[in-house]
Each structure stands twice: as structure tokens, then as C-alpha cells.
Design a protein around this ligand. Sequence first.
Ligand code: SF4
Ligand code: SF4
Length: 170
Amino acid sequence: MAAAHRKAYDYFTLARFSDWASGGQRLQPLALPAWDPEICIQCGKCAIVCPHATIRIKAYDENLAQNAPKTSKWMTAKGSEFQTGMAYTIQVAPEDCTGCGICVDVCLVKNKKQTQLKAINMVPQLPIREQERINYEFFLDPPEYDRRLVRLNSVKTSQLLQPLFEYAFI
Ligand code: SF4
Ligand code: SF4
């Protein structure tokens, strides 16, 4: 009971803080994560750490990727977990991402040509917001990976599960 009261108090405090900090407006983050499929090793860590499930991974038929919007990104799914001929996409929901950057912090892959960059990087939100909104809509189209086939004992494969609770506030 005490824990439940504490949770309610925390929520109330956060909500009041949010009102004060935003002036009552819904704010957009200044930056969004941008994925680099050229160097990604498909470890899945960026997706598992997102507190809001706003960065998602999908493996789907490569034929469907042929109809992707020009700015949508995909690579061939790598590893024995996947059937041959599958595309792999990491996509952010731009209207729900808070820009916290945790997904970037956790990525361990460095770009050898530009060592300040990783396989996912925060970039200014405004120039890519509309294209990412379109890309996210496309991302939702291909069927979700069959939950019965997902191996739950690794980060890489567990992130193929469609999140059933999304965009949690706390
Ligand atoms: S920046 Fe934060 S909210 Fe946005 S996708 Fe990354 S971890 Fe999730
Ligand atoms: S954490 Fe980095 S390397 Fe791993 S899946 Fe995400 S972008 Fe790719």
C-alpha cells in the first residue's frame, strides 16, 4: 500500500514538473537517433534499453523492403536466427522518442572512418522528422516476426518481439 502511494506521488510530481518545464506544451526533442546500417552488428542493445519502446527492430521479407520509402534503411538480416532473404530494419518512432540518447550510449560499434560516430547517433530532429514519420509508417506495414519463433534467451533475438506495452510514461 505504501509503495502504491509512493508511485502515485512520484507520478504527480513528475506531471507537475512536466507542466512547469514545458509551459503546458508538448515538447519535441532536439535530436533523434539515426541508425547506420553500414556498420551495425545487429546486437539489439539499442532497442532493449529504450525506456519507451520507441526504437524497434523488425526482420521481414526482403521483397517488401523493395517498396520502402527512399530514406528508409535496411540491411540483410545476419545470423542463424534468421531465414535467408530477410531484411533487418531499426526504426525510431519520431513522434514518441524523447531524445534521451540512451540507445546511442549503449551502442559499442565505432565508425572506423569517423571515430566520433557509432552505428547509431543523435542528429538534429527537425531535418529528419517528417521522413522518419513516413519511414515509421512503412516500418509498421510488414508482418511482425512470429512470436512463437523468437528466441527469448538473447538480446539480439528478443528485440524482434513486438512490444505490447508501448510509450510508457514512467
Ligand atoms: S533517444 Fe531515448 S527514447 Fe529515443 S529511441 Fe533512443 S532510448 Fe528511446
Ligand atoms: S546497439 Fe548499435 S550495433 Fe547494436 S543493433 Fe543498435 S545500432 Fe546496431
